[in-house]
Design a protein around this ligand. Structure first.
Ligand code: MN
Length: 292
């Protein structure tokens, strides 16, 4: 088993606003060579680092918008988000929960701070990851997987080191609940100070982590502080993390999806023709209707 080395550590870049409810650092597609192709099927990662929203009677967020060709995975660490879509689906993503939405052939949706949470305000911290779909599944039916924390696979680490929560894929033969179109591992490592965990993914899987809380050492030599993102080489299989303080780390690894990408705004397809078709379908109301 060969060590999987860190290729790049990225500090959080300047924030930008998504609607008025999400203040995010964008890590994928980011600078350097961290583009959609490099990380495919992880084609976008927006990170709302911890930010205090004052109380607001009118929930903040993003109004009605479409998606086609991929999945949005929302991971709530602090705060609550309410979600509604054009197929009548909806729900609340609470602290510690994940929503795995397959937009596929197309949905309209809106994402706002949950009403009661919004009235109180407070610390808000969230990740939204876009997971690309293989060409053959891009026009499949939309679906939702609300994944509450109690549904996740859990593995306790040795020596009171903490635990691994498995959203998708598996860790030490414990399976996560999310169903995915291609092989994907998505975990939260919740480590106590001095806790250690090791991970083992195929060499060619696109692999990265984001430090949500605390700070860790990767392979006992690379220090990665809060809100920093580490990309791994596509060589070697095994790496370790060692918590320097109580830490939460989002770990992602997926089989590389080697298909052409044509992306424009909320649509991610394989060809430019399919993007034009997506705009056309959207303008003709084929994504349904949703009141703002
Ligand atoms: Mn969206």
């Amino acid at each position: 088993m060969k060590t999987k080395k860190v290729e790049l550590v990225l500090q959080p870049n300047e924030t930008h606003w998504v609607g008025d409810g999400f203040r995010v650092h964008n890590f994928i597609p980011g600078g350097y060579h961290l583009d959609m192709e490099r990380m495919n099927p992880f084609i976008l990662l927006d990170y709302n680092s911890k930010y205090v929203f004052p109380p607001s009677k009118k929930p903040k967020g993003v109004g009605v918008h479409p998606h086609r060709g991929f999945e949005t995975v929302s991971i709530a660490y602090k705060g609550k988000v309410a979600h509604h879509d054009s197929s009548g689906g909806g729900g609340v993503i609470g602290e510690g929960d994940v929503q795995w939405m397959t937009a596929a052939s197309g949905v309209l949706h809106k994402e706002y701070h949950e009403e009661n949470w919004s009235k109180q305000g407070g610390e808000f911290q969230m990740v939204q990851l876009w997971v690309n779909l293989p060409a053959k599944d891009k026009m499949s039916n939309p679906k939702y997987q609300p994944i509450t924390n109690d549904m996740m696979g859990k593995v306790d680490l040795l020596d009171d080191g903490g635990l691994i929560e498995i959203v998708a894929g598996s860790y030490n033969d414990v399976q996560g609940p999310a169903s995915t179109f291609t092989p994907i591992h998505l975990f939260n490592a919740k480590l106590n100070k001095e806790g250690k965990a090791s991970f083992n993914f195929p060499a060619n899987y696109n692999t990265a982590l984001l430090v949500i809380e605390g700070s860790i050492k990767i392979n006992e030599n690379e220090l990665v502080p809060t809100d920093n993102f580490a990309l791994f080489e596509n060589e070697g299989e095994e790496f370790t993390i060692h918590a320097q303080e109580n830490s939460i780390v989002l770990i992602m690894s997926a089989e590389s999806l080697n298909e052409p990408i044509s992306a424009h705004g909320p649509f991610v397809m394989n060809t430019r023709q399919e993007i034009i078709q997506a705009f056309d379908d959207f303008n003709r109301g084929k994504f349904g209707y949703l009141e703002d």
